[in-house]
Design a protein around this ligand. Structure first.
Ligand code: A4P
Ligand code: MG
Length: 181
């Protein structure tokens, strides 16, 4: 892939078998044109941020390389969300799949439809802890080091629920003929 940019995609689900939703999204992302999987965090389960009358969430972070510009990448993620039955009902409400662009290289993006770094990144344990697992030395544009942000963010009830391999996905892919999972 030419002109790779390193991106971190946040994945979240709390409907219709969340672990399966995340696995399906990882497979779709890995196979998409213009994206290449590098490292996937473990899956984490946690209480919902926002309305409490919804199921617990499963979250993960996927480090990828992309040749897509930020807006086309967002469009692709929204297409994948819709493909997995995403319905937008209420803000911070339940969803089969949420895909957020957490970081896009070292760039800051401020467009009407897209803010990078993702606006909630600095305060969300379900983003910071998976990020720390796969890329502990990250420095986040405008926000400082990941280590500082993690130190200020409680783990609360976040727990790791499924250990996924942190080997590079391309190694996995070599072993499984193009299918990382
Ligand atoms: N948008 C702007 N910047 C970005 C970005 N960097 N990545 C815009 C992705 N989208 C971005 O998002 C609304 C709009 O944000 C998009 O149309 C896009 O143009 P949405 O996914 O349609 O709606 P939403 O997700 O309900 O709103 P919001 O404010 O993005 O919510 P979040 O931040 O996604 O949070 N609790 C736990 N434990 N775990 C979770 O994952 N997720 C949410 C939703 C609530 N509670 C949660 C979790
Ligand atoms: Mg979202």
């Amino acid at each position: 892939m030419s002109d790779h940019i390193q991106v971190f995609i946040g994945l979240g689900s709390n409907l219709n078998k969340p672990v399966e939703q995340l696995k399906e999204a990882v497979a779709t992302l890995s196979a998409a044109d213009g994206l290449k999987g590098i490292k996937l965090s473990s899956f984490y389960s946690g209480k919902p941020m926002g309305p409490q009358d919804q199921p617990d969430y499963v979250n993960a972070v996927f480090q990828m390389e992309t040749s897509l510009a930020p807006s086309p990448l967002l469009s692709l993620l929204q297409k994948i969300e819709n493909g997995q039955g995403r319905i937008r009902a209420r803000r911070w409400g339940e969803r089969t799949l949420d895909l957020d662009i957490l970081l896009y290289g070292e760039q800051s993006v401020n467009l009407p439809e897209l803010t990078i770094p993702h606006i909630g990144l600095s305060k969300r344990n379900f983003v910071l802890y998976p990020l720390q697992e796969i890329s502990p030395d990250l420095v986040i544009p405008q926000l400082g080091t990941l280590a500082e942000l993690v130190a200020q963010c409680s783990l609360a009830e976040l727990r790791r629920i499924e250990i996924t391999s942190s080997r590079s996905l391309s190694e996995n892919r070599d072993r499984s003929e193009g299918k990382p999972f």
